[in-house]
Design a protein around this ligand. Structure first.
Ligand SMILES: *Cc1c(COP(=O)(O)O)cnc(C)c1O
Ligand SMILES: [Zn+2]
Length: 411
């Protein structure tokens, strides 16, 4: 048993049968989303009941698409901490600042949620193998979950993808290919390869279940904030699964009467070298247009033509949010600042949020009493470290070494 009522197109509303292995809308080719029988969910679970359950992505099982009896392909994803950032907050003159630290997932990024869920469902519905275009972390996670259920996986990434994510896919037994260009070029190859091999295409939001995995961030945030929503939420935006997924979780809980009030103002944060959502938002456009020659060290933000551009822009406008682009230099500085002030070595993608927060504050859009949520999407350890200078080499006699240490720390 599951609580899914049907799968629906986010643009034309066409209904699809959730018992089949679905990709995109069969009528218009747009993104699909899972719908639940929320009355039945509401009658089946209480907030107190939820509190007794184990943490993790399947904690609120009724709001996931898995059947009771379905075997989950899991490594313990979700249940990540909500961390207050008091030192950063006071630096920015903000009262309440939090990070949902999703870098603490298996695979070191929040891609574990989406791909764990997508692969669980696809395997149940008969997938024999997987193909995925990726900027790095999605490919790593796909390979890991494919290995976990004994199915083959092909990962296609742009050249220059962070080596830890490539190694992660390789060591899990995936076939990894690199290609000149961006994730968009990789996506075009995947679209050809997938039907030829009969292996399932896991491209961002081109099947309905990855979104359900990312949505669990929103469910967890709601519970971790005692069934409130923050005023402002910043999200590092590539394909936008979390930007669409987190408010989906909030909306479902609101429809059940578990949350009240307005959705947070949603802000998409991108890199100056690849900012299709920022550009479309500023132009008042309904959808994004392809970004030429995307360049940024924040690999997860190097997505020149997100499939769900339309859905993201709609949400940014509906919540009176916005879209901000930050430079790579500012991202690197923010990464060091977060580590130094709060002890979190987060990925460059999520460090971009702190650089963007500074912009928001300077524009007067982050008032002092606002409650602000940052979604930290990955662990810094998965990337080439920024230039930090050489550690000091100790050598000589014990006395010389002692003197050298004292001199270096200025004691
Ligand atoms: C993929 C990724 C993103 C972007 O996420 P989308 O859901 O594609 O917008 C951000 N940060 C990290 C670390 C990622 O791996
Ligand atoms: Zn449609």
């Amino acid at each position: 048993m599951s609580f899914v009522s049907h799968v629906e197109c986010t643009i034309c509303g066409a209904r699809h049968d959730a018992k089949r292995l679905l990709t995109v809308c069969e009528k218009c080719g747009q993104m699909l989303a899972v719908r639940y029988d929320l009355e039945r969910v509401k009658a089946s679970v209480t907030k107190d009941g939820l509190r007794q359950r184990a943490p993790g992505m399947y904690r609120f099982r009724e709001l996931t698409p898995v059947d009771d009896a379905e075997e989950r392909v899991t490594l313990g994803e979700g249940g990540t901490p909500l961390l207050e950032l008091p030192r950063l907050a006071s630096r920015f003159g903000i009262r309440k600042l939090w990070a949902k630290d999703d870098g603490q997932n298996p695979t070191g990024s929040f891609k574990a949620r989406g791909l764990g869920m997508a692969i669980t469902r696809a395997r149940t519905l008969g997938a024999k193998g997987f193909v995925i275009p990726s900027a790095g972390n999605a490919g790593g996670a796909a390979a890991v979950y494919a290995a976990r259920c004994g199915l083959p996986c092909i990962v296609i990434v742009p050249r220059g993808t962070p080596s830890a994510a490539v190694a992660e896919a390789q060591i899990a037994g995936a076939r990894v290919f690199t290609i000149e260009g961006s994730i968009a070029t990789a996506g075009r190859v995947v679209a050809k390869v997938s039907p030829q091999l009969g292996w399932f295409d896991l491209s961002t939001l081109k099947e309905p279940y990855r979104l359900e995995g990312k949505k669990t961030i929103g469910l967890e945030l709601a519970e971790q904030l005692e069934w409130r929503m923050p005023d402002i939420l910043l999200y590092p935006t590539g394909g936008g699964t979390g930007l669409v997924g987190i408010p989906k979780g909030y909306e479902e809980l609101r429809a059940m009467g578990w949350l009240s009030g307005q959705l947070p103002r949603l802000f998409a944060v991108q890199a100056e070298g690849c900012a299709p959502v920022v550009k479309a938002f500023a132009a008042g456009a309904e959808t994004t247009t392809a970004w030429e020659n995307p360049t940024t060290h924040a690999a997860g933000l190097r997505v020149p033509s997100p499939f769900a551009g339309r859905q993201m822009l709609r949400l940014l406008r509906e919540t009176r949010g916005g879209a901000l682009a930050v430079g790579d230099q500012a991202i690197q500085e923010a990464q060091r600042l977060i580590a130094r002030t709060e002890g979190i070595w987060t990925a460059p993608e999520s460090a971009a949020l702190v650089a963007a927060l500074e912009m928001l504050r300077d524009r007067g859009e982050a008032p002092r009493d606002a409650e602000i949520m940052l979604i930290f999407t990955g662990a810094g350890l998965k990337y080439e470290p920024p230039a930090l200078g050489k550690p000091t080499d100790l050598a000589g006699t014990e006395e010389e070494i002692l003197a050298q240490v004292r001199r270096t720390v200025g004691a």
